[in-house]
Design a protein. Structure first.
Ligand SMILES: [Fe+2]
Length: 343
């Protein structure tokens, strides 16, 4: 078997490939590692057949939608998963065939209602149902400690004890464990009595994951993260360096319009000399009156360089094809001591 464990900030994803056929599946991919997955698949000469989420993640952004589109393959989830882009939905016991490899879905609700483990001949991908020395939490949307108890003690732990355990998370740099080792040493699995287990899970009082709302929003809907939206805009917009803009403004042949898209109050408090203010929120509706000539050269500016990137992308989309965004924003402009017009 061709096997790669890809670790990124506590998130574990897995590329499993069949040596005989070079068919492969990718489990729990994370959006920040898109290039790495594509490179690994190419490096190993694999034909990616499935991209699988073990559950709806609440703490990181799934790359399943992007990878399913890029490779024209099914995004796989348990049948109750909310993500509309999951085109192959599994029932408990369903098996995916990847060349000579077989991955069987084991529905293990508890961490989330749509959690499943993926069982292979020698290993099990446990998602967040079972972690090394822990379990997934049960206090996030659709979590249920009562169900987790059944999934662990009634299903997962009944599998052959020699199975290797590969979880979706590990925060201590460990790669894997075995079911036998977890049964023997995992503190949470020592609570073998239902009410004691549920009480323990209820008393954990964990802080909410950093990107909870955004992760649930994007993973459940297939929508974009804010970082994706900014990256998409940045990919279709050229930038102007701050020193270059300062040099152009100082030269007499300057022909560009500096468009400050911050709110009026921020603009009034200080701006690049000669800049025009048209807040981002009013851009589409006021742009025709502001710039009757669509061939003008525009450089958008904001406080941090993010809204100006979005504004530049919008202007290009509207037909202002000579729009660029200032690299960075007024914060770095002022820090660099560049001309700032203050009333
Ligand atoms: Fe999770």
């Amino acid at each position: 078997m061709i096997f790669h464990q890809i670790t990124a900030g506590g998130c574990q994803s897995y590329l499993v490939g069949c040596e005989a056929t070079l068919a492969a599946a990718l489990i729990d991919p994370e959006l920040g590692q898109l290039d790495r997955y594509r490179a690994l698949v190419a490096q190993e000469g694999l034909h990616l057949r499935y991209v699988i989420d073990t559950h709806t993640h609440a703490d990181h952004f799934s790359a399943s939608k992007a990878l399913a589109a890029a490779f024209a393959i099914p995004a796989v989830m348990f049948r109750t998963g909310a993500a509309p882009h999951a085109t192959l939905r599994l029932d408990d016991g369903d098996m995916l065939i990847v060349g000579k490899l077989k991955l069987q879905a084991l529905h293990t609700p508890g961490h989330t209602a749509d959690s499943m483990c993926l069982v292979m001949a020698d290993r099990v991908f446990t998602g967040d149902t079972l972690l090394i020395g822990g379990t997934g939490r049960t206090d996030l949307p659709s979590g249920d400690p009562d169900q987790l108890f059944d999934s662990l003690f009634g299903k997962l732990l009944a599998l052959p004890p020699a199975l290797l355990v590969f979880p979706a998370h590990d925060y201590k740099g460990r790669s894997h464990s075995t079911l036998a080792a977890e049964i023997a040493e995992n503190p949470r699995l020592q609570k073998t009595e239902r009410s004691a287990f549920i009480a323990m899970m209820r008393e954990l009082n964990l802080a909410a994951p950093t990107h909870l709302t955004e992760a649930l929003r994007t993973n459940m809907s297939g929508g974009k993260t804010v970082a994706q939206l900014l990256a998409d805009a940045g990919a279709v917009v050229p930038f102007v360096a701050q020193a270059e803009l300062a040099r152009r403004l100082a030269s007499r042949a300057n022909d560009l319009i500096v468009l400050d898209v911050r709110e009026e109050s921020a603009f009034v408090a200080g701006h690049i000399p000669g800049a025009i203010n048209l807040p981002r929120g009013q851009l589409e509706l006021r742009v025709n009156a502001a710039f009757p000539d669509p061939s003008v050269r525009i450089v958008t500016v904001c406080e941090f360089g993010k809204i100006s990137t979005l504004a530049a992308a919008t202007l290009r989309e509207l037909g202002f094809l000579r729009t660029a965004a200032l690299e960075g924003g007024m914060t770095t402009w002022r820090d660099a001591g560049l001309p700032n017009e203050v009333p």
